[in-house]
Write a protein that binds this ligand. Structure first.
Ligand code: SF4
Length: 81
């Protein structure tokens, strides 16, 4: 599934990935890194198949972490960031 279970489904997820890829309304590198660090140690994150040291999906919302953490206006479904 591309979309986010909690926040609007496939359309929301597709728009978010598109914004992330185009660099539209993204956070500073420092803020993104801070979010990623939280996701890396979260029990809801799923390791990437190609690199187990990275995290790919959030089990709580279904989002792709590398895109979700870049976007202004996104929030953690468990209020961790
Ligand atoms: S978005 Fe929140 S719940 Fe999901 S992996 Fe990151 S910290 Fe965990």
């Amino acid at each position: 599934m591309i979309g986010c279970k909690d926040c609007g489904g496939v359309l929301h997820g597709t728009l978010g990935i598109t914004r992330s890829l185009l660099g539209v309304r993204i956070l500073s590198q420092g803020a993104i890194k801070q979010r990623l660090e939280i996701c890396r140690t979260c029990d809801q994150s799923t390791p990437c198949k190609h690199n187990k040291r990275q995290v790919c999906r959030c089990n709580a919302c279904g989002c792709w972490i590398k895109h979700k953490t870049r976007l202004r206006g996104e929030s953690c479904p468990e209020n961790k960031w």
